[in-house]
Design a protein around this ligand. Sequence first.
Ligand code: ADP
Ligand code: ASP
Ligand code: MG
Length: 409
Amino acid sequence: MSIIVMKFGGTSLADINCIRNVANKVQAQYLKNKKIVVVVSAMAGTTDNLVKLTENMSSSRDLKEYDVVVSSGEQVSAGLLAMTLNDLGVKARSWMGWQIPIFTDSIHYKANIDRIETENLISSLCQHEVAIIPGFQGVSEENRITTLGRGGSDISAVAIAAALNANSCDIYTDVDGIYTADPRMVPKAQKLEKVSYEEMLEMASQGAKVLQTRSVALAMKYKLKVNVLSSFENKTGTLVLDEEEIMEKKNVSGIAFSLDEAKLTVVGIPDKPGQASKLFKALGAKAINVDMIVQSSSVDSNATDLSFTIAKTELKESIKIMGAIQKDIGFKKVLTDSDVAKISVIGIGMKTQSGVAQKMFDTLAEKSINLKVISTSEIKISVLIDASYLELATRSLHSAFDLDKELNI
Ligand code: ADP
Ligand code: ASP
Ligand code: MG
């Protein structure tokens, strides 16, 4: 059975006219006799408002009930789209995460999908019914509603496409593909025809929100092609696929940035084995991910300073955790810096070409931009800088690595 999975993001479903536009796109596929699963996000701005509501209502971070509230946005979009399709004569029905079911673990607010039971969906598709699924939500084995983390509808779409053995997963959004940098920040960014899983994984994890990071990891695991394309224009999009399918491997194929991280510096850690392990274990126990890490040891004392970055949304929680382990580890104090931006240059060609780091540092030095933390992987170099230099740094690096397209103004 050939199934197509179409996912529509929040901006694509922002109001009644947008939902009608989406319904027309689905209808066009339906008329081609396709078996269709549609995954929807909440209408633009809805999830942010729901998150604010939970924060204003309670400071206790009751994540089980948080998930009940914030998952509701997707439910609204699913119902609205299903009724619009039925009005158009396209047989459609909505399926909540628990009705399918999409089982997740119990890490509320950033749950992982464990398995998807496809029986109900398949029998509905066999009756030529379009299945409309709210993204972002699942159900735990304890029968509680869970959410997959912000941007999680992309994960739902890829996971469902993989579970149904679909040929590809089409992600419809407000840009017409994946660019060399966020086109809203860099007007000279160029659209990529293809990008490898590995590069996209780095781009997403370094801040390019066009695809959620875990959705790319899942697509890579199942070798599922992801097509990113516009909800509003009929244009070819960008294919995310295996590296082997890309002939020309560039040193740098994209620049990503993130303003979502904060830096924590733990000052005066007594220099002995096991300290970093204790510290990161305490964060890990609360499912807090650490990104960049630097440790500097002081020459004239037996203490080290450890700096690392975490998501800004987890800063308060992280400071609390540090407070709880201060006595045990014996460090002096914790400093925080939220006014930081992380910029990364990414490219699979880096595996075999040297000089990328030098060019990156030279370009930033020319603009007198100070580097607070540096981290690298095989196909990426990231630096943490003062947030006020973000735009200058991104555009300068984009030009330095020859990614600018000619603008006909
Ligand atoms: P959706 O609501 O459809 O899920 P998102 O806002 O999550 O959409 O993702 C689309 C946005 O990703 C674009 O509007 C764009 O600003 C941003 N973006 C960041 N980096 C890139 C990139 N390299 N290429 C394309 N878009 C990017
Ligand atoms: N609505 C959720 C969010 O805004 C999930 C998504 O849109 O992908 O994060
Ligand atoms: Mg998104």
